[in-house]
Write a protein that binds this ligand. Structure first.
Ligand code: DOR
Length: 464
């Protein structure tokens, strides 16, 4: 690490570059994180205190741990992190990202994608199966898991396809995929257009106890669309994608979830109508959860450029109001990045031809903290949507928590640090951000995975 960028909060022990670099498989060091504001929403904790990490796990957490209460051998090995003025919280969990491997390594790899995730404070990411080949067999899922074991900086949980080849015709071998370790099923990038196929997939997923994660888009309605259908698309004479394209599939899938009892997770909710449908279904006891992205919470259809072209499209201020309301009252459970890296060539072209997607890992927190600074959402709610709430959807009570004995997946961020987005500094291969040159306030400073410091303020150690 270069001395000029040693963060101010690092203890002397960690200023030495070699203390940051871990050999793959090496034992995690003891860490003593002092004086941070510890926010662990799952346990209702919000207090200034210390956190001790030993053997990769949370050993102690709470109000000012006296140094003389720690075993002397532990203390002598401890790397001190002075977290004064910083937020210490469970490592972020991203239920929805695209790592692009296998098949689209020009856009991203498991190595570069998870490195970018670590920079963004994510310690666990769920990767979508729209790869080449798609993750619709045991072998492809196992291949991703093996590649993640060797290359990844953070935990990678694969999602399997709903249908064979993502073609929407035949249900994938869901039992085999579940056995290989997928955490849910999705044809993300596409909806399953055929309702009978979806019904069948839901029946299987119900038996397997795993969620169907649906990308809601009626392709007949969205065909040829570039941005949201409305005032802006009319003014610019660009083909629009109507809100109904999302909402008709949300409505259908909620009906099918009611019919089958399956657990449905609605991906990247973007409209008021969808949020209302989900609210209504929840009230009637349908097993539904939902997610929203930082871009749908912060940008509107007024932003028209290739790097803001995304599916679903950016919507209106009113939609943002509904999404924020949904987050606050629990209708929307989680915030996900939908990190969708593309090559520069796929974005440096007329908007009509550009690929859909935003590279989101590295700007997510800064973007979301803007909502906190404006008083649109409180900090604890925001952190819960990135930690304990996604953990619940995954059914993993060992993730998204700082409870003693759990794996030490920790994110430390500076809520006040201002920085300017420069995509050339992204570690992701995807430079496709609509936020180029924007000043954001809120930055991840340290990411710890299983007790190992993986990233310090944009610098990083080796893969796990
Ligand atoms: O904009 C998007 N890009 N939305 C999706 O649902 C898929 C993603 C991709 O894979 O590029």
């Amino acid at each position: 690490m270069n001395a000029g960028i040693v963060p101010r909060f690092m203890g002397d022990e960690m200023k030495n570059e070699t203390s940051l670099r871990k050999k793959r498989g090496s034992k995690a060091a003891t860490l003593f994180i002092r004086g941070g504001r510890i926010i662990d929403p799952g346990r209702g904790m919000d207090e200034v205190g210390d956190l001790l990490v030993a053997k990769g796990k949370i050993a102690q957490v709470g109000h000012a741990i006296p140094q003389n209460s720690l075993p002397s051998d532990m203390l002598s090995q401890a790397n001190n992190i002075d977290a004064t003025g910083l937020i210490v919280c469970p490592g972020f969990i991203d239920l929805h990202c695209h790592l692009r491997e296998p098949g689209f390594e020009d856009k991203e790899t498991i190595a570069t994608g998870t490195e970018a995730a670590a920079v963004g404070g994510f310690t666990t990411v769920c990767c979508m199966p729209n790869t080449n080949p798609p993750l619709d067999t045991r072998d492809t899922v196992e291949w991703v898991k093996a590649k993640a074991r060797s290359d990844a900086f953070v935990h990678v949980l694969p999602i399997g396809c709903i249908t064979k080849g993502r073609k929407g015709k035949e249900v994938s071998p869901m039992i085999e995929l579940a056995d290989a370790g997928v955490v849910g099923f999705s044809d993300d990038g596409d909806s399953v257009a055929n309702s009978q196929v979806m019904r069948c997939a839901m029946e299987h997923s119900y038996k397997l106890g795993l969620p169907i994660i649906e990308h809601c888009e009626d392709k007949e309605l969205s065909k040829g669309g570039v941005i949201n259908e409305g005032e802006v698309s009319d003014r610019l004479n660009l083909k629009g994608i109507p809100a109904a394209s999302e909402e008709v599939i949300v409505a259908r899938d909620l009906a099918l979830a009611k019919l089958t009892g399956a657990r449905v997770h609605i991906a990247h909710v973007s409209t008021c109508g969808s949020a209302e449908l989900i609210r209504h279904a929840r009230e009637r006891g349908v097993s539904v959860t939902a997610e929203v992205t930082p871009h749908h919470l912060t940008l509107t259809e007024e932003m028209v450029c290739a790097n803001a072209k995304v599916k679903p499209p950016l919507c209106t201020e009113d939609d943002i109001g509904c999404l924020l309301k949904g987050l606050k009252d629990g209708v929307i459970d989680a915030i996900v990045t939908d990190h969708a890296p593309h090559t520069t060539a796929e974005k440096k072209c007329p908007i009509e031809l550009a690929a859909f997607g935003i590279s989101g890992f590295e700007t997510a927190l800064g973007c979301l903290m803007g909502l906190v600074h404006k008083g649109e959402i409180d900090l604890t709610t925001l952190i819960s949507k990135l930690t304990c709430e996604p953990a619940k959807i995954l059914g993993r009570d060992d993730l998204g928590t700082l409870k003693t004995g759990s794996l030490a997946n920790i994110t430390i961020f500076d809520p006040m640090r201002e920085w300017i987005v420069d995509s050339q500094q992204f570690v992701s291969k995807g430079k496709n951000t609509p936020l180029e040159g924007y000043r954001l306030k809120g930055k991840v400073m340290v990411t710890i995975v299983d007790g190992q410091v993986i990233m310090v303020a944009g610098q990083h150690a080796t893969p796990r």
